[in-house]
Design a protein around this ligand. Structure first.
Ligand code: ADP
Ligand code: MG
Length: 246
């Protein structure tokens, strides 16, 4: 079953058209990978799917679980079970990691949670991400290393427990051990029948997570969809062959 359907999506950033008619189906319980050269529009796609206000949908439709969500705000999409990790997470001074995630979760579920139980669960999940518990009381991403910011995105993912996650280069800037830890956590998350879209340039994050579909996004369009073997081709040959095929 399709959890997300993107149909003929056109997106402008400022007055420039970045996405030029994207068709993409994400299937329930499956892992989809999007690869493509820098500037192709990969981050634009996930931001538009999540209704980031800087990305203007000029044409096309997005369906989540069969429902057209074109008119829904980002917070409304989050409540339906959609989640995106940022390629470049923002620093939010004044808001601790713990308060941020607890407020997000209460907003999504509409239920109040006791601080003590929340804290216990948060610490358990931080431990599995090999994050120091003390980070829970630090301001969100402020002074975090690149890798710590990315782990904090994964922490949000596991705590918010969405049905569909879109991870935008979550592996970039991570050291080898951190890629392994993130990969393990995403794999564990996947085992709960979640739908996952991973944007990456590297194979390492996929060592544990076997992709069901690999899509190539090139100049604002999905130009190829195949199985995991496409990753090997891209690792060997880059994207020069795409030009000829298009
Ligand atoms: P990718 O993630 O595939 O590397 P992006 O979606 O980030 O590509 O960007 C696609 C194009 O859109 C690039 O040319 C980029 O400069 C432009 N773009 C994306 N976001 C913005 C923005 N907020 N302001 C200006 N240009 C942007
Ligand atoms: Mg990007």
């Amino acid at each position: 079953m399709k959890i997300l359907e993107v149909k003929n999506l056109h997106v402008n950033v400022g007055d420039k058209e970045i996405l030029k008619g994207i068709d993409l189906d994400i299937f329930e319980g499956k892992v989809h990978v999007i690869m493509g050269p820098n500037g192709a529009g990969k981050s634009t796609l996930t931001n538009a799917i999540m209704a980031h206000p800087n990305y203007e949908v000029t044409k096309g439709d997005i369906f989540f679980k069969g429902e057209n969500i074109n008119e829904l705000r980002a917070d409304e999409r989050a409540k339906l079970g959609m989640f995106m990790s940022f390629q470049n997470p923002e620093e939010v001074p004044g808001v601790t990691v713990s308060n941020f995630i607890r407020a997000s979760r209460m907003s999504i579920t509409g239920e109040k949670e006791s601080v003590i139980e929340f804290q216990r669960e948060l610490e358990e999940k931080m431990e599995s991400l090999t994050m120091y518990a003390s980070y829970a009381q630090r301001y969100l991403n402020v002074g975090f290393s690149g890798g710590e910011k990315k782990k904090t995105e994964i922490l949000q993912m596991v705590m918010l427990n969405p049905a569909l996650v879109m991870l935008d280069e979550t592996d970039s800037g991570l050291d080898i051990d951190a890629v392994k830890v993130v990969s393990e956590n995403v794999e564990k998350f996947k085992s709960e029948n979640k739908s996952i879209l991973i944007i990456t340039h590297h194979r390492a994050i996929l060592s544990r997570i076997k992709p069901d579909y690999v899509h190539v996004l090139y100049d604002g369009k999905i130009v190829k969809t195949s199985d995991a073997s496409l990753i090997d081709k891209i690792q060997k040959e880059g994207y020069s062959w795409v030009e000829q095929e298009v």
